[in-house]
Design a protein around this ligand. Structure first.
Ligand code: ZN
Length: 241
C-alpha cells in the first residue's frame, strides 16, 4: 500500500490542489492528513471540503481546534490569532462539522504507524519536538515503528537505532525494521524551511521520501490581500518562512 502524508495545509487551496494532482500522477493509493487544515490562508471551506473527500484519515491540529473554539487563542501569536478569528468568521456550518470529525490521533495497525499533529503522548497540548530529549520522550509515547507528525512545518525524518542513538534525515530513507521513526511531513500550505514549494511525504512501509511541488503562490497571496489577512503571513509564503 502506498501513502501520501500531508500536513499543515492552512487554508491554501492552490497548494493543496497541486499536491493532490501530484499524488494522483504518482498513483498513490491513500492520503493521510496530519492536521491544521485551516488558519493563515484564504480558503478554509474549500480546503476542508477537499480533505474530507480525499483523505482517509483526518487528524486535528491546533488551528483546526481554535477555529471551532476548542483551543486557547492566547497561545497564538498576534498574526496567527488574527487569522484564526478571520477563519471563524468565514467557516460554514458544514466546514465546522468536518473539523468536528477530526481525530486527535490515530493508529494504522496494518502498517505499524501512528498519526498525530504534535506530540504523540499529549496531542492536545500542541507541544513542539525540538531537542533530542523531546524526541526521546516522544519515542516512549507511542508503540508503533513509525509516527507521522506535522505542526512545526519543518520536514524531517528522525531515526532511532536499537541502541538508542538518533539521527536526522531530510530527503529520503530506506526504513529499517530494527529502527523506529518520527517523520514530520512538513507543510503543504506554509512551508518554513526556506523552500516555498508545497511539501508532503510518500511512504510505502519500506521507504519514505519528501516531495516538493510548485504552486501559484501569487494567486494565494492576492486572495489573502483581498481578505485583509495580516501582511507578514502573505509575505512569508514567497520565502518559505
Ligand atoms: Zn501548522
Amino acid at each position: 500500500m502506498s501513502y501520501a502524508v500531508i500536513s499543515d495545509v492552512h487554508s491554501n487551496i492552490e497548494a493543496l490542489d497541486a499536491v493532490l494532482e501530484d499524488i494522483d500522477n504518482r498513483k498513490i493509493e491513500s492520503v493521510l492528513f496530519t492536521g491544521d487544515a485551516v488558519g493563515y490562508g484564504p480558503n478554509p471551506n474549500e480546503v476542508l471540503a477537499s480533505l474530507r473527500e480525499r483523505a482517509d484519515v483526518l487528524i486535528a491540529g491546533n488551528h483546526d481546534w481554535a477555529a471551532i473554539g476548542l483551543a486557547d487563542l492566547e497561545r497564538f501569536n498576534p498574526n496567527a490569532r488574527e487569522a484564526v478569528l478571520w477563519t471563524m468568521g468565514v467557516l460554514s456550518e458544514e466546514s465546522k462539522n468536518i473539523i468536528r470529525i477530526f481525530q486527535i490521533a490515530k493508529r494504522l495497525e496494518e502498517e505499524d504507524v501512528f498519526l498525530v499533529h504534535s506530540s504523540p503522548g499529549s496531542p492536545e497540548e500542541w507541544r513542539y519536538l525540538i531537542t533530542y530529549s523531546d524526541a526521546e520522550e516522544a519515542f516512549r509515547q507511542f508503540g508503533e515503528g513509525v509516527c507521522f507528525t506535522g505542526h512545526s512545518h519543518h520536514p524531517f525524518i528522525l531515526e532511532r537505532l536499537p541502541d538508542g542513538r538518533m539521527g536526522t534525515h531530510y530527503n529520503s530513507l530506506e526504513l529499517s525494521r530494527n529502527c523506529r521513526y518520527i517523520i514530520n511531513a512538513g507543510s503543504v500550505g506554509q512551508p518554513r524551511d526556506r523552500d516555498p514549494r508545497a511539501c508532503y511525504v510518500i511512504f510505502d512501509g519500506l521507504r519514505t521520501e519528501f516531495v516538493r511541488v510548485s504552486y501559484p503562490v501569487e494567486k494565494t497571496q492576492e486572495k489573502m490581500r483581498l481578505a485583509g489577512l495580516p501582511g507578514p503571513l502573505i509575505e512569508r509564503l514567497s520565502h518559505g518562512l
